[in-house]
Design a protein around this ligand. Structure first.
Ligand SMILES: [Zn+2]
Length: 564
């Protein structure tokens, strides 16, 4: 570690210690607003009493004031709403901070990119302040939102720079495009073989890679993006923290963590740089290392950093045509009318791996967007339970976008938890209907109401940085299912606001095996709170426009909106 970095970390440690010393076990009373507890009865109460980092009492204002005594600090909510802090069921912290070091290639409504020339220009500008030979990375482009309606090619990216390896990562994170120098560095050429579970797209005439890399073929680029220098890593983490606390998030999630990420994030958490609780999902490769005794993890404090489920990725993304569907895509990407994506992990291997991790006593979470992938995942969960019955294993199907009714039935039987990426109805809903899935399947992506009707406990997530961390837009999406064009996609799959709020609080805590300490406002739980400018139960149509005013983790304020 360089000396300057060490000094910086030391300074941060001192700052962290001072913050800890300042927060004594004073009693605080919150009153005068709508306090949504998310307890078993979804009670809305008058007052909440907090001592130090813990919730001590909930109920009528008289009760809570009697407990608090005359010297307590009283926070008047002035008609605003107090809820449990939002818990990220699935995302990739600190990926949202990558914009601190990478070019932003998002198109509206997230960014401003309109055409290929804009993309090239952004990357050229980034190359301008990057040392020669170093990687230039841009993230978030969406081929279907560019005027040209296609992915960038090596030729496009060579226009950005021929002196830097350049990579543009697709908004799904499952595909990307690189320039000629990057192809050379990665060892992809006319003669190179495609890796298993991935594809190097090629010019049909010459067989030369055209620059677009799918799935596992993109993994070596991911390794570059996710292993920045120590100082860059700090910048990324701080930017991600800034975005998460401003959104009311109190528990962040890292959905496919490497050993470096686990070590780095644990260190930064311990130093007080990350005032959020973290649930890290080790990537399957890291789980293998752990099984082989080559990786050990002991949390310094389980309330702040925990290892959660082992994460596997069974297929890709629908908008990248790499989600593995049972029926073909509505409009194929090329000439093949039978195109239906492919598995990233062959079924037999998936079953073997899931069984192995399950037998080790771990929770398992598997990314599955296409229903053919979900079939494989549920087969694997079933085989694992047959090999080693465990009553409360809580396996997770991550995204579960095209889950059919028969698959929801199976999830219920298996005690599996679907974590739905329901914001797809907003960001990609119109294109799911018109391009990727067609009207029938599009109307029932993220079938929340069907899951609810079965009594299936589920969560919802933003998969940040795929889309921005906005739990309230996420809740709004589950409640309204409105697309960017303003259409309603699958009206019958809409759910009630309270149900959607539970999916980002108590049910997300349950998914992480943390419902005893988080997710609802009940005595004995951690005082992880968010104050909103109004209750989300008031006007379901405008939940996305509710402002986060304050975020509190363990009784300590970590964010205040301007003017608060
Ligand atoms: Zn993800």
């Amino acid at each position: 570690m360089r000396r300057r970095t060490l000094l910086l970390l030391l300074a941060l440690t001192v700052a962290g210690t001072l913050l800890v010393l300042r927060s004594g076990p004073t009693r605080t009373v919150y009153r005068g607003g709508r306090i949504l507890t998310m307890d078993a009865g979804s009670r809305v109460v008058e007052a909440l009493g907090v001592e130090g980092e813990t919730i001590r009492t909930v109920g009528s204002e008289a009760e809570v004031r009697a407990w608090a005594g005359p010297d307590a600090r009283v926070v008047d909510l002035a008609g605003r709403a107090l809820l449990p802090g939002f818990i990220d069921a699935h995302g990739h912290f600190p990926g949202a901070g990558a914009y601190a070091i990478a070019a932003d290639l998002n198109s509206p409504p997230i960014g401003t990119l309109a055409r290929m020339d804009d993309l090239v220009e952004r990357l050229r500008a980034k190359a301008g302040d990057t040392s020669r030979g170093e990687w230039v990375i841009g993230i978030g482009y969406d081929d279907t939102l560019l005027a040209e309606g296609r992915h960038p090619t090596r030729a496009d990216l060579d226009r950005a720079s021929t002196e830097h390896p350049v990579a543009a990562i697709h908004v799904s994170g499952h595909l990307g495009a690189v320039n000629g120098l990057a192809l050379e560095r990665l060892g992809y050429g006319r003669e190179s073989a495609d890796p298993e579970g991935g594809r190097v797209r090629r010019d049909p005439g010459t067989g030369e890679p055209d620059g677009v890399l799918e799935e596992t073929a993109l993994d070596p680029v991911g390794a570059v993006v996710f292993q920045p220098s120590t100082l860059d890593a700090l910048r990324v983490v701080r930017e991600a923290v800034r975005r998460y606390v401003a959104a009311g998030v109190t528990t962040a999630q890292t959905g496919y963590a490497t050993a470096e990420q686990v070590r780095g994030l644990t260190l930064l958490s311990r130093l007080g740089v990350i005032p959020l609780r973290l649930v890290l999902w080790p990537a399957m490769e890291l789980a293998d290392e752990r099984l082989a005794g080559r990786f050990e993890f002991r949390s310094y404090d389980e309330r702040w950093v925990r290892l959660g489920a082992v994460k596997l990725v069974a297929d890709g993304s629908i908008q990248g045509y790499t989600a593995y569907l049972r029926e073909p895509y509505f409009v194929p990407s090329g000439d093949d009318p039978g195109e239906r994506g492919y598995p990233r992990i062959p079924r037999e291997e998936l079953v073997r791996r899931v069984t192995r991790y399950h037998e080790a006593g771990w929770q398992v979470a598997v990314h599955g967007n296409g229903d053919a992938a979900i079939d494989d995942i549920l087969d694997a969960f079933e085989e694992a339970q047959r090999a080693e019955p465990r009553p409360d294993a809580r396996p997770v199907v991550v995204h579960a976008q095209t889950a059919r009714d028969d698959q929801l039935d199976r999830m219920r039987e298996l005690g599996a938890i679907p974590s739905f990426f329901v914001l797809h109805t907003f960001y990609w809903g119109d294109r799911h209907r018109e391009i990727f899935l067609g009207p029938g399947r599009a109307a029932r992506i993220s079938p929340l109401a069907s899951a609810r009707a079965r009594g299936l406990r589920f969560t919802i997530h933003c998969d940040t940085p795929v889309v921005p961390m906005e739990p309230l837009r996420l809740v709004w999406s589950a409640v309204n299912r409105i697309t960017t064009s303003g259409a309603v996609l699958g009206e019958v799959q809409r759910i009630e606001p309270m149900q959607a709020l539970r999916a980002v609080t108590i049910d997300a805590a349950y998914q992480h095996f943390e419902e005893a300490s988080k997710g609802s406002l009940e005595p004995g739980k951690l005082a992880d709170l968010v104050i909103l400018d109004r209750s989300p139960l008031e006007d379901p149509a405008s939940i996305d426009r509710i402002r986060v005013l304050e975020t509190i983790v363990g009784g300590r304020s970590v964010y205040r909106a301007e003017g608060e």
